[in-house]
Design a binder for this molecule. Structure first.
Ligand code: SAM
Length: 251
């Protein structure tokens, strides 16, 4: 089991903030920053959070309450009305593609300012991004760790609580349309791992199935993380919040 003990700890979170912001549905509230069409948000919802998304662009397919706004300019009182915050700032500047093309400087680098805002809230937080991004003590999640997923989508997750990743399995062959590859013609987009990116190598329907997402367009799926990743993180966060609450009550 790969395991990372975080540098911060949930128990450093100001006690009055723990599990105090229950929504009408009596669930803890999670703010999903840079939400796009809600891959991350869906995972937290499945884990048991009431989710509110924020994005600069309109998101007509976002499945939860949505606010169109600049995530870097939110009122601290609004941020404080949540139990936890997730942020998926744009990754282009940190991506291999931008590094190869030498144009990383053309994209905003938002991880540091976002981390500063999240830390200032005192709330449990998660920042998600691509490998190569300047994350602190991040855990890597991959599609091979989740039964049912068929994508090799490595993503880094930095948090101020403990995240335990499932075991990472050997990467399988990925479905291909490239006749030059030795396994051309031997894979199936409904059975094997597929590539979900720009051009991609499978139909939208197979990409949806592979990611565990049935409500997004192809462009939205290209941007998304599989909900299974944040469902795992959300469940771990909820159980750590419950332990922290118990400890406070018995103190
Ligand atoms: C990588 S996508 C997020 C994907 C999402 N986490 C998911 O799993 O579906 C990044 C999003 O950040 C949004 N964005 C970029 N700058 C922003 C800003 N300053 N404030 C809010 N959203 C922003 C983009 O519109 C885009 O939808």
């Amino acid at each position: 089991m790969s395991r990372r003990i975080c540098s911060g700890s949930l128990f450093e979170v100001s006690p009055p903030l723990l599990m105090k912001k229950k929504s009408l549905s009596n669930k803890p509230r999670l703010l999903d920053l840079f939400c796009c069409a809600g891959g991350a948000g869906m995972g937290y919802s499945r884990a048991g959070f009431d989710v509110v998304g924020v994005d600069l662009s309109p998101q007509k397919n976002y499945p939860f309450e949505f606010i169109q706004a600049d995530a870097l300019a939110l009122d601290p009182k609004f941020l404080a009305s949540f139990d936890a915050i997730h942020a998926s700032p744009p990754c282009q500047s940190y991506s291999d593609l931008a590094k190869r093309n030498g144009n990383a400087h053309e994209w905003p680098r938002l991880i540091e300012p976002v981390r500063e805002i999240l830390r200032s809230t005192g709330l449990p937080y998660v920042i998600e991004n691509v490998e190569g991004a300047p994350m602190i003590d991040a855990v890597v999640l991959c599609g091979t760790m989740f039964p049912g997923l068929r994508v090799l989508r490595h993503r880094l997750f930095e948090a101020n609580f403990e995240i335990i990743a499932p075991p990472h399995k050997k990467h399988p062959l990925v479905h291909t349309f490239d006749r030059r590859k030795a396994h051309y013609g031997k894979t199936d987009e409904w059975r094997d791992f597929v590539g979900v990116f720009g051009g991609g190598n499978c139909t939208v329907a197979a990409a949806r199935d592979a990611m565990g997402i049935d409500w997004m367009t192809k462009n939205e799926i290209n941007e998304a993380i599989p909900p299974a990743y944040t469902e795992l993180i959300g469940r771990q966060l909820l159980s750590q919040m419950a332990v922290a609450e118990k400890m406070l009550k018995s103190a």
